[in-house]
Design a protein around this ligand. Sequence first.
Ligand code: UDP
Ligand code: MG
Length: 321
Amino acid sequence: MKDILYLVIPCYNEEQVLHETSKRLLEKINTMISNELISCESKILFVNDGSKDKTWDIIEQLYSKNSIFSGINLSRNRGHQNALLAGLMTAKEYADMTISLDADLQDDVGVIDKFVEQYYNGSDIVYGVRSSRQTDTFFKRTSALAFYKLMNILGVDAIFNHADYRLMSKRALEGLSQYKEVNLFLRGMIPLIGYRYSIVEYERHERFAGESKYPLKKMIAFALDGITSLSIKPIRIITMLGFTIFFVSVIALIYSIVVKFFGSTVTGWTSLTLSIWMLGGIQLLSLGVIGEYIGKIYNETKQRPRFIISDKLIDINKKDK
Ligand code: UDP
Ligand code: MG
């Protein structure tokens, strides 16, 4: 008896891609079932993240035609990370392993076999890592690189060039379910779970239809969230900055006293304005960074649900029609 695989796919306004995606995934999963790589109870689980278009209708249709398709419907749009978590936490109940991937099939479906192979070889987590970023724009490439570098400097253990294309075993998901934080940055949290992991390289394709749901503004917010959810180094840096400025000001104090008694005191307009602006700037920046963290604490203490599932279409008994 082979293990049960659930493919988990968050979808936000993906009506343009769902038909093609579901067709390709069905082919893939059927081949794997007939090759006896995975159990025939394996499923394709779509998570509708409060889409405004026909995404949920399409998922319902797919489900009624073939029970290998399943779906959960979130009560509203909660963002990619929350939608993904909703899918994973639902799949955890039925699956031995899950693979999360994007609805636009930018993640190469061809390497799913390799993921599963690594799972049978004893890996609890398999990270899909992009072998190249040729299909990305120059801007996205460099900004992504800068982001990973910055994360590493700030002490976050993120896997380079890995997004959310990954396999997780049941016990890795159990581990993840114990992380109760509401500020989700899954790719930074999952390495914290531990267990044996491995890496599978793949080529990332271009989105074949529809448009990206991650404009620059969302990307920057996501990057900032990632850093402030997983690292307190920025606050340390502020403390160090404070110390340095204090040290410099002590020297300046001694210097100005010496000059007052032994030299001529010229009204130092330049240094005065400079220090007012500079210190003001640094203080505001520091307040902002500390505020970011207080905001995070505020959100965490409220312990609001990370997602609410309004409909659930999973048929675990019915065999394929
Ligand atoms: N997504 C989601 N909720 C959102 C935004 C995006 O579930 O609020 C899904 C989207 O449907 C897709 C995946 O997250 O399956 C990645 O989004 P997208 O392809 O737009 O991001 P990109 O690949 O451009 O970074
Ligand atoms: Mg995409």
